[in-house]
Every structure is written in structure tokens, then in C-alpha cells.
Design a protein around this ligand. Structure first.
Ligand code: ADP
Length: 483
């Protein structure tokens, strides 16, 4: 651990408000693989959040009036600094979150890609001139930054969920107060340090750390100085924040829970489907909102798929994320392990069969064995709730209609996947799935250049792509008369 501390020059143990490192480091941040304390950060409350909001509000006029090209140059520099420090940031992320080092580094690069993209998009914000309805007037539409943005982010992508929100906001000319997840504040603070080095002015990007999210969340949703709240996390908390944001009619961006179906049709390319299922299901130990949650397999290919998936799962290696060769790290907490255990127990009680795994790993801690279960049915908890763990439940179906009915039978609508080589079916099923993201013969869809977001109770708005910056802009209709 002593060596790790030396390598991580970007470890910051204070919050970042109005361009200054503040607060007393009190709340421990735990290494998820070893249980050891990595560092402490301030445990802040409503008053600190108010100060951060006020700082962001003061910084807004100057930041929003910079030329887009000037903001772009600062974001570009931030991107370059993140890339230069990718190894170090990856190590810090792996320690505080648990994911294998290779995945942690790829999250850093993925997160940085949003900063790069929005540095470019900053320059492409355009208004409109609409054909006039009046000879002596012109109809203009201006696009202006919405104002101060509050951002609340989860622990499963401690770095990328921050850059994905902060970089489009800054590109648009907004200023931001971030409240990172209590489990993973260090990646957020490291990003703030690099943003400061890149030339982001004081007050433009603030990070408030806390172990008690509700009071800070209240300030971010209820302060009249904040104009938008952007959140990634559970649907349950998203609903609370939307309710609170109603008090000041804030704009909301919500990336909430999912219950992703992963459908394998008889005519699928089996090798591709297995590779897709492994990537979609076991990345981040199954702790992503786009992870395959229900694997629906057609009769004709069911047994072959189950056997091949089990073989592939046997190759996974569970252990601390910083150890070479490890592919599945620990879960975030003992509560998370308990939930996964309950999902498995409930499935078994309803007739499922554990083919491999099914229990906490023998190395102890919060590690869970990668699991495959066959014979799963829609009356099980695992069919309706996000498991958020390395468990692949296999459901059997016989027709396309049945698969679609099961797939869409959920209040969630984030990501869905299916595998088929029939062109007609690919179009039909892609159009019929009630999901914001559909992977056709692909198990990983995430990229900064595409719009990410959910339908139904999975969210509101889109992040990434050229659409992502729109979320942070207001339209102003201006009738220029007396010409
Ligand atoms: P997860 O299940 O991924 O932990 P949560 O929705 O509980 O999802 O957490 C996501 C983020 O929401 C975290 O930053 C957490 O601190 C924050 N959070 C949780 N409860 C509240 C709340 N009542 N108000 C504001 N933020 C909250």
C-alpha cells in the first residue's frame, strides 16, 4: 500500500470548492479488494453544498461568456492531462472501486473520450434563423447555457460518469457542482485537480464529498441558483431527485436503472453470442446498468449456449483488481453480495439450477463466484430486479413474439441485446424492443459518439454524442423587430 500511495500523485483528500481544497479529511475511503483504508476525505453537509453552489453561480457569467473556442482549448488540455495520467488514475479507480486494472484504465480512456468530444462540440453550438412571419422582423433562436448544474454520480464508473456530465456542461458554458458517490470520491477529486491544472477557472467545477447524500442532494435539487440536476444511479433515488427538482422546475437529466434482456436466437452466431454475453454480463463484475440481466435463449440453441457459456465462465479469474490476470474483482459492498446471494437463492427455490458458481468466492471479502444458472423463469426476482453481480440467469423461449414479450415486460428500458443472423428479424426486433440502446450482435455498445440513455423508468435525456451538449443549453426565441 505504501508503494501505491507513492505512485498516486493525484490522491486528494479535501473537497474542491471555488478553486480551493477545503474541509477536514474524516470520511474513510476503502480499498474494495483489501478492506484497507486508502485515504480520508471531508464529510460535508448542506452548508458546504450551498457554498459550492454560490461559487458556481459567481463563476457562471465569466465562464459562459468565454468564446467557445477558449472553453474548447481548456477542455482539450484537460483531456490531454487525463490521458497523460491514465495509469495512475486507473490504479486509483481500481483501488477505490474494485474493478480489474485493465478495465479501470479503459474506463479512464473512455471517460477522457467524452472530454475530447465535448471540447470539439463546444465550437459547434449553433442557433437558428427561421423564415420570418413578419416583413420587418426576423425570428432568431439563440442557444445559451442553462446555468449552474448539479451532478450526482454513482460508484460503478467513478471517473467516466463524471466526465460524461461535466465535460458537456462546461463545453456549453455551464458551471458545475458534483457530488460523487460516497464509495468512490477519489477519482472525482483527481479529475478536479487535473481540471484546475488545465485552466478551468475557480468555481466552474466543484466537488463536494459526503457520506450522507440526502442533505447535499437537497441543496442541488432545491437551490434556486441551480438550473439543472443531472443524475446517474438507481431509479428509486432518481424519483426522489425529480420530485425535489419539481420545487424549482429544474431541468433533469436522469440515467437510472435497467433490466437488460440479452436474447440469443437459434440462428445466432454462437461464438459471437458467447463473447457478447461474457462482455456484457461480467464486465465490472456485473455492476453496470447496461449489463445483461436476463439471458433469453431460444429452444434450439439453449443447451449448446449454456454449455459454452459455462466453459467461458470457468476461465474467469476472481481476485483483487490490481493483481495480474484477474478478470472479476470484488463487489462494492457486503450488502451487494447479500443481494446477489438472495437472487440466486430465490431462483433456486423457484426451480433454477446453478451450473457453475452460485456462492461467495472462497477468498472471502466481497468476492462472488461468476455464476451461470439454467431454468430461470419470469416468476423469479432475478427476472424483475437488477442483480448487479456476476450472475448469468438463462431463460428459455420458443418464438420471437415470446422473446419480445418477456424482454419488454419491465418498467425499465435502458439497454437490450440480441443475436441473430436473419436480416428481417434484426430490423423487426431492434424496432420492437422498448429500450434506449440496442446492441444487435454486439455485447458492448458504450462509446462517447453515441447517445446513451433510457426509456420508461430508466431515465430522461441522453448523454454523449452531439446530442449530449443539447441537454445543457436553453433555447431563446428572439423576435428582432423594427427593421
Ligand atoms: P447505487 O444503487 O448505484 O448505489 P444510488 O442511487 O443509491 O445508486 O446512488 C447513486 C448516487 O446517488 C450516489 O452518489 C449516492 O450518494 C446518491 N444518493 C443516494 N441517495 C440520495 C439522496 N437521497 N439524495 C441525493 N443523492 C442520493
Amino acid at each position: 500500500a505504501a508503494m501505491d500511495k507513492k505512485v498516486i500523485t493525484l490522491l486528494r483528500t479535501q473537497a474542491f470548492i471555488d478553486g480551493a481544497w477545503v474541509g477536514e479529511p474524516r470520511m474513510p475511503v476503502i480499498d474494495k479488494a483489501t478492506g484497507a483504508e486508502i485515504a480520508r476525505v471531508p464529510d460535508m453537509g448542506a452548508a458546504d453544498a450551498e457554498r459550492a453552489v454560490e461559487a458556481a453561480h459567481r463563476a457562471f457569467p465569466a465562464w459562459s461568456k468565454l468564446l467557445a473556442k477558449e472553453r474548447s482549448a481548456i477542455l482539450r488540455r484537460w483531456f490531454e492531462l487525463i490521458m497523460e495520467h491514465a495509469d495512475e488514475l486507473g490504479l486509483l479507480l481500481s483501488q477505490e472501486q474494485g474493478k480489474p486494472l485493465a478495465e479501470a484504465r479503459s474506463e479512464i480512456r473512455y471517460g477522457a473520450a467524452y472530454v475530447e468530444l465535448f471540447a470539439e462540440e463546444a465550437k459547434r453550438v449553433c442557433g437558428e434563423v427561421i423564415a420570418t412571419h413578419k416583413k420587418d422582423a426576423r425570428v432568431l433562436v439563440l442557444r445559451q447555457p442553462i446555468g449552474v448544474v448539479g451532478a450526482i454520480t454513482p460508484w460503478n464508473f467513478p471517473s467516466a460518469m463524471i466526465t460524461r456530465k461535466v465535460s458537456p456542461a462546461l463545453a456549453a458554458g455551464c458551471t458545475v457542482v458534483v457530488k460523487p458517490a460516497e464509495d468512490t470520491p477519489l477519482s472525482a477529486l483527481a479529475l478536479a485537480e487535473l481540471a484546475q491544472r488545465a485552466g478551468v477557472p475557480k468555481g466552474v467545477f466543484n466537488v463536494v464529498t459526503t457520506s450522507d447524500p440526502a442533505p447535499v442532494g437537497r441543496v442541488l435539487t432545491e437551490s434556486p441558483l441551480v438550473r439543472m440536476i443531472t443524475f446517474t444511479g438507481s431509479t428509486e433515488v432518481g424519483k426522489i431527485l425529480m420530485r425535489q427538482a419539481a420545487s424549482t422546475v429544474k431541468r433533469v437529466g436522469m440515467e437510472l436503472g435497467g433490466n437488460a434482456p440479452f436474447i440469443v436466437f437459434d440462428d445466432a452466431d454462437l461464438d459471437r453470442a458467447i463473447a457478447g454475453a461474457m462482455a456484457s454480463k461480467f464486465r465490472n463484475a456485473g455492476q453496470t446498468c447496461v449489463c445483461a440481466n436476463r439471458i433469453l435463449v431460444q429452444d434450439g440453441i439453449y443447451d449448446a449456449f449454456a454449455a459454452r457459456l459455462t466453459e467461458a465462465v470457468r476461465e474467469l479469474r476472481v481476485g483483487p483488481g490490481t493483481e495480474t490476470g484477474v478478470t472479476v474483482g470484488p463487489l462494492i459492498s457486503s450488502d451487494a453480495v447479500r443481494k446477489v446471494e438472495q437472487h440466486v437463492a430465490d431462483a433456486v427455490a423457484h426451480g433454477a439450477k446453478v451450473v457453475i458458481g452460485g456462492k461467495p468466492a472462497p477468498i472471502g471479502g466481497n468476492f462472488f463466484e461468476p455464476t451461470v444458472m439454467t431454468g430461470c423463469t419470469t416468476d423469479m426476482r432475478i427476472a424483475h430486479e437488477e442483480t448487479f453481480g456476476p450472475v448469468a440467469p438463462l431463460f428459455r423461449f420458443s418464438t420471437e413474439e415470446e422473446a419480445l414479450r418477456i424482454a419488454n415486460d419491465t418498467p425499465f428500458g435502458l439497454a437490450a441485446y440480441f443475436f441473430s443472423r436473419d436480416m428481417g428479424r434484426c430490423w423487426r426486433v431492434a424496432e420492437a424492443l422498448e429500450y434506449g440502446i440496442v446492441g444487435v450482435n454486439e455485447g458492448i455498445t458504450s462509446t462517447e459518439i453515441a447517445p446513451f440513455g433510457g426509456l420508461k423508468e430508466s431515465g430522461i435525456g441522453r448523454e454523449g454524442s452531439h446530442h449530449g451538449i443539447e441537454e445543457f443549453l436553453e433555447m431563446k426565441y428572439t423576435l428582432m423587430g423594427g427593421l
